[in-house]
Design a protein around this ligand. Structure first.
Ligand SMILES: [Zn+2]
Ligand SMILES: [Zn+2]
Length: 737
């Protein structure tokens, strides 16, 4: 009988995810001796036993990891025998470097759900049930290491039974930091907006459900913040919510009770289904079927953002409800999600009538993540709960600690240290004080969690971005990376591409190297440099930001560029004479009208010409409307073509006006964008990468992939500005590889 001793060092997501008890149970199963412990880099294991048992142990380890665990690196060394007499879990070693990884929050697992449904279980109906494989993490952690005293569960003393589970390595709740039960955990309270207590615990949930049924707008504290909630089949309430929130048409997400409910409302592919039920439980944008939901949920479009209940509290709420509910982040327009009762009462006074609160603090906020599925691949639109913070190992000789502060819209930050890149959850658009504060708070949190002080900061080139201004004020060396180049870099990062590529970055805005607004870019680039090989012909954004909302100005500007405005008389008649004269002057003299080549704005122009939208109230609205009009039967396109380095399109407006029918205009326009991507891609014998918010347009992307299935886009990182920070880091890391 040959006995051996191996030492393993494992890096990855191996702490706070039940990894040590998993190893312990396996060691007992295969009669192995030794120990397992957490240290500052991950997990160390010493295993002594029969060689065949060790082999089985390894096989099992690789095939049956705990659901939230991930091994990035495993090192194995043969060591002298130590004749251990048992297998044990050794208490964490507190090293001076407090570097460890922080996981996002996860949806309730099936084991916990079964317990919650089991009348004989002590957690029957318990609304904060969780275990090592599920529940809150990021939202409750104050500082690392991730131990109960460092979380907002610190205030709750475990009862005897919970403590037993917590201490037992064979229990599913071994070292599950948020462990609790009805005896010892947080309590729920239902209140009116004056703060008067109406009911507690299960009665509070029942009471909230009754208010929803009665047509009230309520709020409920979820995992990473409060949701505004109302009955999704009550059009009157939804209209009321839209009026009060001054949100005329931006779609609301709908939370449904079961996957069957989702299937009966939306078209659901197997890949989409697997995303909907995953332990990340994102909002998944699905194509709707004929249904009897209120048309006010997502006006004018054929998509619906749906998700399933993801905490035991949501599950319990649905026990008292028949209908789906609208569940949207509770915030003032554009501001971060509200996480505590004081802010809720301050900021949503006059909008909600009642709220359900609990007495466990949300330390770090997170929003619901949002994605679409393209074929079998994810197209991530908002990366937050369940997904970020996320860490990615990289090969680099870079020794400096680097902070990337991202863009302005959909801001998220990223840090690099010790061969790890860590992306923060979605922070938001840095347009208001509250979001800028959230940006500062995330910076502070990240510095604390990862014991991080940057040696270098990377930011966007836009001088007016809050993130850029902050970076410049830090007295730390900075590097600025062009916005659209950063888009392509983030795509290269995700797909581990090092070579020269054709990168196509289309979005709504971004500061170009010539000071104009870019966003219809074709680059030949690698990780350290780029050449702008083609771009959409610029137009003047009349009145700057005024054009972004009043999108008629965009169409007008392009028409005036054609210098044949007489043919467009019908269109011009839509403006008041005085307004038209003013805009013509602005155009002629290029007054307060920056040059812009963003494809996102072309969608606005087309929506105006097709007469389906002339004011937008949320980002991407015109694109979603045009998508919903797209007719697969129409194969025609407009003659948008490459002329030298410039993509010409203004001349087709005349034909669009003639085409009249919105369905035809939308379809031909999207087809012509598909053509230009494929045609330019074919000119280069390089990999083609797509990035930027415009490619959130599923119809556009799917049609491109139908023609060229080897085109690469982002799947694990947001395709929009949410990945700019990662792109910024990629540029710096390329110089030290
Ligand atoms: Zn669980
Ligand atoms: Zn307890």
């Amino acid at each position: 009988m040959i006995i051996k001793h191996f030492k393993y060092s494992i890096e990855g997501i191996v702490q706070g995810v039940g990894f040590r008890p998993f190893v312990y149970t396996m060691a007992l199963k295969y009669s192995l001796k030794g120990f397992v412990l957490n240290d500052s880099t991950g997990v160390k294991i010493s295993i002594e036993g029969k060689i065949e048992d060790i082999e089985n142990f390894e096989k099992y380890l690789n095939a049956n990891l705990p659901p939230l665990a991930r091994i990035d690196k495993l090192k194995k060394v043969l060591s002298p025998l130590e004749n251990f007499n048992s297998f044990s879990i050794i208490k964490s070693i507190r090293s001076s470097s407090k570097y460890s990884l922080v996981s996002p929050d996860f949806a309730m697992c099936n084991d916990c759900l079964s317990e919650m449904r089991d009348k004989t279980n002590r957690r029957y109906n318990y609304f904060f049930t969780n275990c090592t494989n599920c529940g809150p993490r990021y939202s409750i952690i104050k500082t690392v290491p991730y131990d109960r005293p460092n979380t907002s569960m610190q205030a709750f003393i475990m009862c005897e039974e919970c403590q037993k589970e917590y201490d037992n390595p064979c229990d599913r709740r071994y070292h599950a930091q948020p462990i609790s039960c009805e005896k010892c955990g947080p309590t729920l309270s239902l209140k009116d907006m004056a703060g008067n207590l109406i009911a507690t615990n299960i009665d509070a949930i029942k009471g909230l459900a009754n208010f929803i049924k009665d047509g009230y707008i309520v709020a409920m504290k979820g995992m990473g913040g409060f949701h505004l909630i109302c009955d999704a089949s009550n059009s009157e309430t939804i209209k009321n919510l839209r009026d009060k929130k001054n949100r005329p048409s931006k779609p609301f997400a709908v939370m449904m009770k079961s996957i069957q409910d989702i299937e009966s409302t939306c078209k659901l592919s197997p890949s989409e289904k697997s995303r909907v039920i995953s332990n990340e439980r994102p909002i998944v944008l699905l194509k709707t079927k004929k249904n009897n939901l209120s048309p006010l949920i997502a006006p004018f479009i054929d998509r619906l953002g749906v998700f399933l209940a993801y905490t035991p509290l949501h599950v319990k709420l649905f026990d008292f409800l028949e209908n789906h509910i609208i569940a949207t982040s509770a915030n003032r327009a554009g501001e971060p999600i509200v996480t505590n009762e004081d802010d809720l009462r301050l900021k949503l006074n006059g909008i909600i009538d009642y709220y359900l609160d609990y007495n466990r603090e949300i330390v770090n906020s997170s929003d619901d993540s949002v994605l679409q599925v393209i074929g079998t691949k994810d197209l991530l639109m908002r990366s937050s709960r369940g997904i970020t913070p996320t860490n990615i190992r990289v090969k680099s000789n870079e020794k400096r600690k680097i902070l990337a502060v991202g863009a302005h819209q959909k801001n998220a930050i990223a840090i690099y240290m010790n061969n790890q890149v860590i992306l923060s959850p979605y922070i938001g658009d840095l347009d208001n004080i509250a979001t800028v504060e959230a940006f500062h708070k995330t910076l502070k949190t990240f510095k604390e969690f990862y014991d991080f002080e940057p040696d270098l900061i990377v930011c966007d080139k836009h001088p007016l971005y809050e993130s850029t201004k902050w970076a410049k004020s830090q007295n730390i060396p900075i590097v600025q990376v062009q916005h659209h180049y950063a888009h392509i870099l983030s795509c290269m990062f995700e797909h581990e591409i090092d070579e020269k590529v054709l990168g196509i970055a289309w979005d709504g805005t971004g500061y170009g190297d010539d000071g104009s607004i870019w966003g219809g870019e074709f680059f030949v680039c690698d990780r350290s440099e780029y050449e702008r090989v083609a771009y959409f012909e610029p137009f003047l954004l009349l009145g700057g930001d005024a054009s972004i909302k009043d999108i008629r100005r965009i169409a007008l500007s392009m028409i005036l560029d054609c210098e044949e405005d007489k043919i467009y008389n019908d269109f011009l008649a839509e403006f008041k004479t005085s307004e038209l004269n003013l805009l013509k002057q602005m155009h002629k003299k290029e007054l307060n009208s920056p040059k812009c080549s963003a494809v996102g704005r072309l969608f606005d122009m087309v929506a105006v010409i097709a007469r389906v939208c002339d004011k937008v109230s949320y980002d991407g609205e015109s694109g979603l409307i045009l998508e919903s009009l797209y007719d697969e039967g129409i194969e025609d396109s407009y003659d948008i073509y490459l002329d030298g380095h410039i993509v010409r399109y203004k001349h087709v407006i005349k034909e669009m006006i003639k085409d009249k029918e919105a369905r035809i205009i939308a379809s031909k326009f999207i087809n012509s964008l598909v053509n230009i991507v494929c045609n330019i891609s074919e000119k280069y014998s390089l990999k083609t990468l797509l990035s930027g918010g415009v490619f959130q347009n599923r119809t556009l992307l799917e049609n491109i992939l139908k023609r060229k299935d080897n085109i690469i886009f982002q799947n694990k990182l947001p395709i929009n500005d949410g990945s700019i920070a990662i792109g910024q880091l990629t540029n710096i890391l390329s110089h030290t590889n």
